[in-house]
Design a protein around this ligand. Sequence first.
Ligand code: SF4
Length: 240
Amino acid sequence: MTGNENPFFEYYDDVLEILREYDVTISLGDALRPGCLADASDAGQLSELIELGNLTKRAWKKDVQVMVEGPGHMPMDQIAANMKLQKTLCHGAPFYVLGPLVSDIFPGYDHITSAIGGAIAASSGADFLCYVTPAEHLRLPDEDDVKEGIIASKIAAHAADIAKGVPHAMDKDNEMAAARHKLDWDAMFDIAVDGEKAKRFYEQTPPAERHTCSMCGKMCAVRTTNMILEGKEVKFCSER
Ligand code: SF4
């Protein structure tokens, strides 16, 4: 409207001098990221990505570290290709994504639409996930929204670490499997990322005996298998 260029773009080299002096990493944002599924991978997003690649090189030339911001909203089938494109066009710079949200019709649940996209993005090369709360697009998040958003994002990151074969990423999952086999509830609550919630849910409908949960009661498949392995007789009908 004023005919002037964005000052951060016009004086980018001066900004880089300041960042270099104070050893600051610059985050190159994507103002043209898709704000809905229909905009994903459009010419605006991709031409901006090429420009971000140029800005990355200019920053590196001045010895300034860079991370590049990515989408946004995106159908699932486009996410992996977008991660590869970014890595190529931005010369391997670390990429962080805002979601991507894989659907536009779940306001109130966008921590889930975002975590689904985040898991695909992270397992396809994204280096950092920005969490999204259930309040996204609706209001400022409260404390509970922040917790839900962070946990959803941690699930996506953890699932991607396992898929990428990051050493020891699955250790806790293996510990959980062993605790479940033993029906050791206290161990399960300790291992759980949100053990407090897990324990609250378990105690809300307490089973008659702690060697099952209220889902199947004495029909518990784990308990039955353990009894068989221990050579005990299984008699559901006569059992009290
Ligand atoms: S009762 Fe059912 S849900 Fe609960 S631990 Fe046993 S098999 Fe799993």
